[in-house]
Ligand binder design. Sequence first.
Ligand SMILES: Cc1ncc(C[n+]2csc(CCOP(=O)(O)OP(=O)(O)O)c2C)c(N)n1
Ligand SMILES: [Mg+2]
Length: 276
Amino acid sequence: MPELSLDGLKSKATTIRELIIRITTEAGSGHPTSSLSATEVVTALYFGGFMSYDPKKPNDPNRDRFILSKGHACPVLYSAMAEAGYFTTDDIMTLRKLGSPWEGHPNMRRLPGIEASTGSLGQGLSIGIGHALAGKMDGKDYHTYVMMGDGEMGEGQVWEAIAAAEKYKLGNLTAIIDQNGYQQTGATKEVLDLTKFQPKFEAFGWHVQTINGNDMETVVAALKTAKGVTDQPTCIVSQTQKGYPVVPLLEAEGDPNYHGKPFSPELAEKAIAMIG
Ligand SMILES: Cc1ncc(C[n+]2csc(CCOP(=O)(O)OP(=O)(O)O)c2C)c(N)n1
Ligand SMILES: [Mg+2]
């Protein structure tokens, strides 16, 4: 369980962002912008001392769990896990290639350390509740984290799960909403405006924090607070920018959402220069 300093975490996030761009550009498909918005949170979870894990023992019953419910953002997960030692950066360069286990959505049957096969949006929180409930029943003190997208929050199953987590008082469960303002077909506010998440979760009996999810210091502080809440489930509404920090390049391309589009080799080089 590495615990990097703030500067170490920022530098790790930069490395992970470069990998996200390189592997999706090499694949010629995938979701770089959905991955870039979530990079601070995923980096802090794996490298900020929050998640207890051992890449050599991916099935350790005491490990903390991270479920990427917005599975299409798996480039950020694969990149963080490669940095953590679950597999290599050469491995993840095979992203989305025929036969590669680094599929376009995480497949728990093919890769170590993947807690749930996701991609069909709306299911990850329910799976996370299963882990959290099992942990309580087994008397284990692991923590379960689930990341969802703001567009994903339109799925009805998510709201059933939110109610169930409160019923079972799952203080060992943290939901993170990557509120990057966009989903597949446009701005989340315009598609289905559920975007004021804090009062909704509070009404369901959750502890809630709304933060700037692209600021590493703030992310670390919020994850610390979440870990300290043990009698109710907690939610972090992580307000981010889709494609952060290369949004100006995407705007210049005429598409700030850039959903499900890899960067061309030229755009990738510009983006990596901007990140560095
Ligand atoms: C059940 C389901 N419906 C539709 C899709 C297609 N889809 C893939 S990504 C996406 C948008 C998700 O938006 P959001 O949750 O905000 O994630 P972001 O990419 O913005 O991080 C959609 C609709 C899906 N994967 N699953
Ligand atoms: Mg979104």
